[in-house]
Design a protein around this ligand. Structure first.
Ligand SMILES: Cc1cc2nc3c(=O)[nH]c(=O)nc-3n(C[C@H](O)[C@H](O)[C@H](O)COP(=O)(O)OP(=O)(O)OC[C@H]3O[C@@H](n4cnc5c(N)ncnc54)[C@H](O)[C@@H]3O)c2cc1C
Length: 444
C-alpha cells in the first residue's frame, strides 16, 4: 500500500471512530426516526472532515508533497477525499429529504415533536447558534447543490479541464459556507468531546487553506520568475522544448521532478516535468507535447524573452535507487522526466546498469538524435520503439532485459493503462510492488 492509501484510511477511520465515540451515536434506539437523525449527523461530520482535508491538499505545501509521494499522488488523495465528501453529503441530503417526501406521500408517519423542549434554558452562547439554525440549514442546502455541480464538472471528462478547473475556484467559498453550516448545527455538547476538538482543528486548518486559495496565494512561496531563453520545436513529434533563464532565486530540483509553469497569467499554471539538471547556469527546461487546447497554441504564442513564472519543484519520481539494474520505460512525452536524470548521470560516475525503452508513434529524427547523444553521455542503453513500424512494446520484451527481479527497479512514465499492464506483468514475474514506480500525467 502507498502512503496515500494509509492517509485515506486513517482520515476515514479516525472520523468514524470519533463520531461513533460520542455518547448519542451508539445509543441511538433502533427505530427509523432516531436512526435517521443519527445518520444525518454522522454523514454531515464525515462530509465536512473529508472536504476539509481535500481543501488542505488543494494548496500545494511542501510537507504533504514529500509525505504523500509527490504532488500527483496528493491530487489523487484530494480526489478520493472530494468524492468521499460528496457521497457523504448526498447521504446527508437524502436522509433529510427522502423521509419528508415519504411523509408527504403518506407512506411514513411523522413523529410528534416535543415543542416545549426539555425545559432547560439555553446559555447566551447556545442561543446565539440556535437563532441561526434555519439560515444555516438553508444556506447549507444551496451550498450542497453548488457542490454537486462542481464535483460532477470535475469528474466528467465531457467538460473541458479548463472550464472544470476555473469553476473549481468556487470550491473554497462553498467549503466556507459548509463550515459555517457545520458549526451552527453541531450539537453543543459534542464540541467538548474528542470529536469536537478534532473537528475544530480540522475546520481551522481547512478554512485557512480555503482563504489561501481564495486569495490566489497557492504555491506563492515556491515561485521563481524568468524569461524564455531558447525555443526548439520538434515538428514531427509535436514537442516544444522551452528553456527559461530564471532571474529570481530557485531552490534547485532533483531529476524527475516537475514544476507548474505560467506562460500566460490568464491561462494559469500547467504542470510539466523538468528536463534539465540543476546547475549554476540558472536555466530550467521543459518539453511540452501539443496534446491539449492550450498547449497546442504554445509553438505560435511563445517567444524568446517572454516572462514566465515557474512554481516548484514538486514530485518524487526521482529515479533514485540502490538497485543494480534500472529499467526505464517512457511512452511518448513520458520521456520528459528521464531527460533530467540523463543530464545528471552524464556528470556522475554511475554504477548501475540502466536500460531505457522509449516508445513513440511519432518519431522525430532530431529529437531521437538528441536522445541518443544524452544516453551515450550518461552510459544508458537506449531502445527506440517506433510503434508505427513494428507494433506495441510488450512487457515480455522488456522482461528479456531484466537479469534478476530482486535487484531491479522499474520506472515508468506514459499512458496509465500501459503502466497498469506492465506493473501487473512484472509483479507476477517477481518484481516487488514498491519497485515499480509510475508518474501520472493526468490529474483527473
Ligand atoms: C505531474 C505532471 C507532469 C507533466 N509533465 C508533462 C511534460 O513534461 N510534458 C508535457 O507535454 N505534458 C506534461 N504533463 C501534462 C500537461 O500538464 C498537460 O498536457 C497540459 O497541462 C494540457 O493542458 P491543456 O489545457 O492544453 O489540455 P487539456 O486538454 O485542457 O487538458 C488535458 C489534461 O491535462 C491535465 N491538465 C490540464 N491543465 C492542467 C493544469 N492546469 N493543472 C494540472 N493538470 C492539467 C489534465 O489532466 C487534463 O485532463 C504533465 C502533467 C502532470 C500532472
Amino acid at each position: 500500500m502507498k502512503s496515500i492509501h494509509y492517509a485515506f484510511i486513517a482520515i476515514l477511520t479516525t472520523s468514524l471512530a470519533l463520531w461513533l465515540g460520542t455518547e448519542h451515536a451508539l445509543s441511538t434506539p433502533l427505530h427509523f426516526w432516531p436512526l435517521r437523525k443519527t445518520i444525518i449527523y454522522g454523514s454531515g461530520i464525515i462530509a465536512i472532515i473529508a472536504m476539509s482535508f481535500a481543501t488542505l491538499l488543494a494548496i500545494r505545501h511542501f510537507f504533504s508533497d514529500s509525505f504523500l509521494d509527490g504532488l500527483d499522488k496528493r491530487y489523487k488523495l484530494h480526489k478520493w477525499l472530494g468524492i468521499t465528501g460528496f457521497v457523504a453529503a448526498v447521504t446527508h441530503w437524502l436522509f433529510i429529504k427522502a423521509p419528508k417526501w415519504l411523509v408527504d406521500l403518506d407512506i411514513l408517519i411523522k413523529p410528534i415533536k416535543n415543542k416545549h423542549g426539555n425545559g432547560e434554558s439555553l446559555s447566551w452562547f447556545a442561543n446565539f447558534f440556535d437563532y441561526q439554525r434555519h439560515f444555516a440549514k438553508d444556506i447549507g442546502e444551496w451550498a450542497f447543490y453548488a457542490l454537486i455541480i462542481l464535483v460532477l464538472m470535475m469528474l466528467s471528462k465531457k467538460i473541458t479541464y479548463k472550464l472544470a478547473r476555473q469553476s473549481h475556484k468556487l470550491m473554497p467559498v462553498i467549503y466556507l459556507v459548509l463550515v459555517y453550516h457545520s458549526i451552527v448545527l453541531m450539537k453543543m455538547a459534542d464540541w467538548f468531546t474528542p470529536l469536537g476538538i478534532f473537528l475544530m482543528l480540522v475546520l481551522v486548518v481547512g478554512s485557512i487553506s480555503a482563504c489561501i486559495a481564495l486569495l490566489g496565494k497557492i504555491g506563492h512561496s515556491k515561485q521563481a520568475h524568468g524569461e524564455i531563453s531558447t525555443l526548439q520545436h520538434y515538428t514531427d513529434n509535436k514537442v516544444l522544448a522551452v528553456t527559461i533563464k530564471l532571474t529570481t532565486p530557485w531552490t534547485g530540483h532533483d531529476a524527475g521532478q516537475y514544476a507548474f509553469v505560467t506562460f500566460d497569467k490568464k491561462e494559469g499554471p500547467h504542470p510539466f516535468s523538468i528536463t534539465s539538471s540543476w546547475d549554476e547556469s540558472g536555466e530550467i527546461s521543459f518539453n511540452i507535447k501539443q496534446i491539449g487546447d492550450y498547449v497546442n497554441t504554445l509553438p505560435h504564442s511563445l517567444a524568446i524573452g517572454d516572462h514566465v513564472v515557474v512554481e516548484g519543484p514538486y514530485g518524487n519520481f526521482n529515479l533514485d535507487s540502490g538497485k543494480q539494474q534500472h529499467i526505464w520505460i517512457a511512452g511518448g512525452i513520458g520521456i520528459a522526466p528521464f531527460l533530467s536524470q540523463l543530464d545528471n548521470l552524464a556528470s556522475q560516475q554511475q554504477q548501475a546498469d540502466i536500460t531505457l525503452f522509449y516508445t513513440t508513434n511519432m518519431p522525430d529524427e532530431a529529437f531521437i538524435q538528441q536522445l541518443h547523444k544524452r544516453c551515450e553521455q550518461a552510459g544508458v542503453i537506449l531502445h527506440i520503439i517506433d510503434t508505427n513500424q513494428r507494433g506495441m512494446l510488450t512487457a515480455a520484451e522488456i522482461a528479456t532485459a531484466i537479469n534478476n527481479y530482486a535487484t531491479t527497479d522499474v520506472w515508468f512514465c506514459g499512458p496509465a493503462k500501459f503502466g497498469h499492464v506492465l506493473k501487473s506483468y512484472f509483479v507476477k514475474a517477481g518484481l516487488a510492488q514498491h519497485d515499480f514506480h509510475q508518474e501520472a500525467f493526468d490529474m483527473r
